[in-house]
Design a protein. Sequence first.
Lengths: 516, 69
Amino acid sequence: MRSSAYVGIGQIKPLAARAAAPGAGCGSAGGGGKFGCGSASGAANLAPEVWEKVRNHPCYSEEAHHHFARMHVAVAPACNIQCNYCNRKYDCANESRPGVVSETLSPELAAKKVLAVASAIAQLSVVGIAGPGDALANLARTFKTFELIGASAPDIKLCLSTNGLALPEQVDAIQALKVDHVTITINMIDPEVGQRIYPWIFYRNRRWTGIEASRILSERQLLGLEMLSARGILCKVNSVMIPGINDHHLAAVNKAVKSRGAFLHNIMPLISAPEHGTAFGLRGLRGPTAQELKALQDSCEGEMNMMRHCRQCRADAVGMLGEDRSAEFTNEKVAAMEVSYELAPRLAYQAGVEAQRQAKAAARDAALLALAEQHSDIKLLVAVATKGGGRINQHFGHAAEFQVYEASVAGARFIGHRRVDLYCQGGYDAEEALPGVIRAINDCHAVLVAKIGSCPRAELKLAGIDPTEQYAHAFIEASVIDYFNDYLAQLNSGSIEHRPRADAAIRQGALISMSA
Amino acid sequence: MAYKIIASQCSGCSACEPECPNVAIREKNGIYLIDPKKCTECAGHFDEPQCVAVCPVDKTCVLDPAHPL
């Protein structure tokens, strides 16, 4: 058990006061103005045209991911580089990580699948091509797919994700196809670091290895990023945090991509379970702990938004970020479906979301007002169980993940999510799942749920985590603030004592089930 | 000698197919095959055989002694 205390760690920067100031929220009532929703930081002062691009994008806006769904179409199986954290031969229906799919799609079937999903899931707002190889190592299939989707479902936003090696030559084509969100995976800007991550690249008809491979890759990535930024295409940079390899280097990467116009930086934990067969996994490299990841993200938080709600989705994922409904839309099922383009249900859903956003912002502002009298340096992490809509509306035992908020006198700030094995699952031994849940939220003081059984309640209390149903079905941010306010009141009255929590583990293995 | 793809190791990723200067590679049942009659080991085109250079699974595109040039 690791024991680095969470409260009082030097590198955790204080919350910016603007982070949750009343009136700077996500409600769209103000029209234009300041919206604290560019990412998890909730502090961006975005230009209206940028705001329009991200407000309903679940990957570019933390707030939007409570309301909107994405899908990836797996039309791009080929790759042009080898990464030590990726093993392309591995496919498991229960696994969720990039580079993995169950079956690949033709562009025509992909376009049909988009219509099928859009008809079934009104929350759908974006479609991305994220592999399972590299979107730009499969140019014909990737571009044909975007062309077909653009023609048949014009309201759906298009995104792609790439390692950047083939990016500079394709920037014009990307712009012409109206792809306005591009993610580049940049794990280093120093080839010395790069050669420990990338054994080889395939570039200009030859295989490059060693430091030369990483030098070429890095130059191409940064050039591509600059070119996209210059054209106003929104860029997110993904970086895999690999302890012992690039963990101390990613702050430099953050500065480099920020200076080249990246909109959002997503630092993700290494997934390295040995059973995946990746080079890093077989060598026994570990991923970061929850607090190691948070400390790095916090140190990079500044003018640039940090993404903390990434679920490291598969290249064929479908649904809200915390869920995967791809099994409902297999190639066979999609081929047999009758589909048509219907915009009205999505527009109706979006109008409903706007109303919810206003209610949520009002509840949050009221909670902040009540907190305004309190003075304290304490910060708490609070886990919540949610099925979406920005509310605490999930049973403890049905949660496949918990979202984690940091509460302080500045308000509630989303800092990440923790995947867990379902505690409550038919035929599965609950006794084995609970210790895993506790490890995953061990840095939290409380877990707010819609409902919880007496058995896990007692176990959680024993572990020092306060389980509460008091905020069932209320909005998340307001509830976290109210909980914190109560906590401070109890401290002041002397009825409780503040104790720092320990670190938590980021779950590595395969998901047992996605149903909830 | 012609190259061949060891079927049991092919991941079906398709990376090799567009790189072959002789259009010798095609897909069959989710994996890829090299037509030995068309393969020239990329001689005259490139310094290294393209299928070998781009394949993500080591030792999967190999020389086939059954098909000397």
